[in-house]
Design a protein around this ligand. Structure first.
Ligand code: EPU
Length: 421
């Protein structure tokens, strides 16, 4: 397995381009299943998770071509040949469950493996299931699979989610576009990825109002047509690279980044003493002289502080002046990076869903590894500030969500290289 070696201590300077959002793209791709006509996505990120979703869609009968080196995804689902998402694919990537809503809407049936637990938490599917049941689906769990049927097709419904789940909102939104009648769903997720999905579905002819608020209204239509849609910029990749010059020192401009999508995060950086500016090219970040200050952070659904930036924020706070308190409210097991950061000299105490981080002046390089994507990148960031060499193992996690990580950080002056096995 490949590993990445980071040699810390070099301030960064230069531009880092921000790709299209992984989590937007993973929800947009299954939208192809809703129409017989082609759907093309531009500004797609080049990631192994996208390859996994392509394989899943092909197994259902879609044609998927990655063009322009993977930046354009051309899909066509003229005729579907299967309605089953197999365990072998779903266990690799939870987002595979996003074919459930579209398959039910178009084919009136779907068999989708339950993903099982993952490194950051149990992650059940009950909210997806209740939303689709409210629209008339009958769903049964058998042999580890959800067997769903919608006799006579899905029907518009009025329901509230018990928690604003991102995936459940995406599944229900796609399903409702082809349901008979009007669906009003409340307490839904407001993430920018939902807004991007609604924009794409609207370009395909769907009738949707209210995305980005906690209530979305969808008026079902008989069919959706083809469209071309540009994937929104990745706010989590942006936040990750905004932290790089804060941790290593220096100044970086994240090209194409949108500050309006990371407001809660940017506010915390500002409180810590970081200078941030939206320019016409992207987002410029500079660490003023000296160490940043401790800040307290609690993750929350959008527009709150994103759980997907919690690990990276912790890496930054490891060298801040003072003690910070981090609270993780979305996933029950998302501090797996803490013991690894501790191996690099960080002072972190974890008690259930909260962590106290007391900043030290300098971290020290060490061999480390992580169990999920965001935890892995937090170790890379920490390595930028550490004395000596940090070797991050199991980098396949990084390849799932960060396109050309070494080239992007290396281009801004970081000493980083991949060791291929
Ligand atoms: N939940 C339930 N029941 C459900 C669905 C969710 O209890 O039916 C719980 C989950 O267990 C979790 C919480 O609700 O504790 C939030 O889960 P959500 O459904 O909102 O997350 P998701 O759709 O599975 C997406 C992102 C994650 C990101 C979360 C939260 C994709 C492909 N994944 O997951 O991204 O952390 O939203 O913002 O969009 C990542 O990119 O590293 C990543 C993990």
């Amino acid at each position: 397995m490949d590993s990445i070696i980071v040699t810390g201590g070099t301030p960064l300077s230069g531009d880092i381009p921000i790709a299209g959002a992984k989590n937007a793209c993973l929800a947009l791709m299954p939208a192809t299943l809703l129409s017989e006509e082609p759907l093309t996505l531009t500004n797609a990120p080049r990631l192994s998770d996208i390859a996994t979703m392509s394989a899943l869609l092909r197994s259902l009968g879609s044609e998927v071509s990655l063009l322009a080196g993977g930046k354009v995804i051309a899909m066509s689902s003229h005729q579907l040949t299967s309605t089953r998402a197999d365990y072998e694919i779903v266990r690799k990537m939870r987002a595979s469950n996003l074919v459930l809503g579209p398959l039910l809407a178009r084919e009136h049936q779907a068999t989708v493996s339950l993903p099982g637990g993952c490194a950051i938490g149990a992650r059940p599917m009950d909210i997806h299931v209740s939303a689709l049941e409210a629209m008339g689906a009958e769903i049964e769990l058998k042999d580890g699979y959800l067997h769903a049927v919608a006799r006579g097709g899905l029907k518009g419904a009025r329901f509230a989610m018990k928690f604003p789940s991102v995936g459940a909102t995406e599944n229900a939104l796609m399903a409702a576009t082809l349901a008979r009648g009007t669906t009003v769903m409340s307490n839904v997720a407001r993430e920018p990825e939902i807004v991007d999905l609604a924009k794409c579905l609207r370009a395909m002819g769907a009738r949707i109002e209210g995305e980005g608020t906690d209530t979305i209204t969808i008026e079902g239509v008989d069919r959706l047509h083809g469209a071309t849609h540009e994937v929104v910029a990745d706010r989590i990749e942006l936040g990750t690279y905004m932290l790089a010059p804060v941790i290593a020192g220096g100044e970086v401009e994240c090209l194409g980044g949108r500050l309006d999508l990371v407001e809660a995060f940017a506010e915390k950086l500002h409180d810590a003493g970081v200078e941030i500016e939206q320019t016409n090219r992207g987002v410029k970040v500079r660490r003023a002289n000296g160490r940043v200050h401790a800040v307290d952070v609690a993750t929350a659904p959008y527009p709150g502080f994103p759980t997907d930036l919690q690990a990276q924020m912790m890496a930054m706070l490891c060298t801040a002046e003072g003690t910070s308190h981090l609270e993780e409210t979305i996933f029950e097991n998302r501090f797996m990076h803490a013991p690894e950061l501790t191996r690099m000299g960080a002072k972190i105490e974890v008690h259930g869903g909260t962590a106290s981080v007391t900043g030290v002046e300098r971290l020290k390089g060490a061999p480390v590894m992580a169990t999920d994507l965001r935890a892995s990148v937090s170790l890379i960031l920490a390595g930028l500030a550490a004395e000596g060499e940090t070797r991050v193992n199991r980098v396949y996690h990084l390849d799932r969500g960060y396109e050309e990580l070494e080239a992007k950080l290396g281009g801004a002056g970081a000493k980083i290289e991949r060791i291929r096995d």
